[in-house]
Design a binder for this molecule. Structure first.
Ligand SMILES: Nc1ncnc2c1ncn2[C@@H]1O[C@H](COP(=O)(O)OP(=O)(O)OP(=O)(O)O)[C@@H](O)[C@H]1O
Length: 267
């Protein structure tokens, strides 16, 4: 059973269809890992899962509990709006507002259309984030004038502005030059440690998983096929081989028994 403060307690069931195709998502997971990764190929259902956690997509059935708080429960008719979930979201392309300065981008989530000026406490937090992310000198710059790494730092600072309980990262490194990826993975890991905030990361890149994940849910066809805990037993290299192995046929049955157990690798 999950504890009252389990970081992620997910039971997300959702069916989407258009005229020619239909996709069923059924993801059940519980985790207290500092960095949880959903790892799988294109079309596996990773983004849908992340969107359901963020409140950008409403499941048909199930529940979403984040840091001990129920933000969605179909049966209990709970559906907390995205803006009130205390979930920071780092988008794939970082999605910075091109006409806003770095400071305005970071502050964006703290302003409202009826209150465009920052409150004093919020302004202090924005300044602290700019300092913490080494962005003070760039505060008045626009995104077009920044490097890929600097843009990621702005996006991370913006995601942290509203004091989230968790951070969701959607393929955070895929838009970056390969030579930057390694250092930015380190940077994300450092941010996580500095702010002591749990991360849920989706990726199709095994190098991301090997570099920063503590626990991995291997997902394909809308289901979790295997769970691997990188903190126990094997070295990261061995775990990497296990993640690359074909999915075990017993995975589905094991998943139904409860995802806290690590499903043994086959082959
Ligand atoms: N309205 C829809 N009707 C039918 N299928 C859909 C619909 N919307 C999304 N899908 C399918 O759902 C599946 C899961 O999509 P999702 O975006 O979650 O995948 P993903 O694992 O994040 O992939 P990627 O890494 O490419 O972003 C995909 O196969 C997608 O084509």
């Amino acid at each position: 059973m999950p504890t009252a403060t389990t970081t992620f307690d997910l039971d997300i069931r959702l069916r989407v269809s258009d005229r020619s195709r239909c996709f069923e998502l059924s993801v059940q997971a519980r985790s207290d890992a500092p960095v949880l990764a959903l790892y799988g190929p294109s079309g596996a259902g990773k983004s849908m899962t992340l969107q359901a956690v963020a409140g950008l997509l409403r499941p048909d059935q199930g529940h979403v509990r984040v840091a001990g708080r129920t933000v969605f429960d179909r049966q209990a008719a709970i559906d907390v709006p995205a803006a009130e979930r205390r979930v920071g979201y780092l988008f794939q392309e970082h999605a910075l507002f091109p006409y806003l300065t770095v400071r305005q981008n970071v502050a964006f989530g703290l302003t409202r259309w009826w209150r465009p000026r920052l409150r004093a406490a919020d302004a202090e937090r924005v300044d602290a984030l700019l300092e913490s992310f080494g962005l003070q000198a760039l505060a008045q710059a626009r995104p077009a004038a920044l490097s890929g790494g600097q843009r990621q730092r702005v996006a991370l600072a913006r995601a942290m502005a509203d004091d989230p309980a968790v951070l969701l990262l959607d393929e955070p490194f895929s838009a970056l030059n390969p030579s930057l990826r390694a250092s930015l993975r380190d940077e994300v890991a450092a941010v996580r440690a500095r702010w002591n905030i749990p991360l849920l990361l989706i990726t199709h890149d095994i190098d991301d998983v090997a570099a920063i994940a503590d626990q991995v849910l291997v997902i394909d066809g809308g289901q979790v096929l295997r769970e691997v805990d990188l903190r126990t037993g094997d070295s990261r290299e061995t775990a990497r081989e296990r993640l690359a192995a074909p999915p075990p046929v017993v995975a589905d049955a094991a998943r139904r028994r409860g995802l806290r157990s690590v499903v043994a690798p086959q082959g």
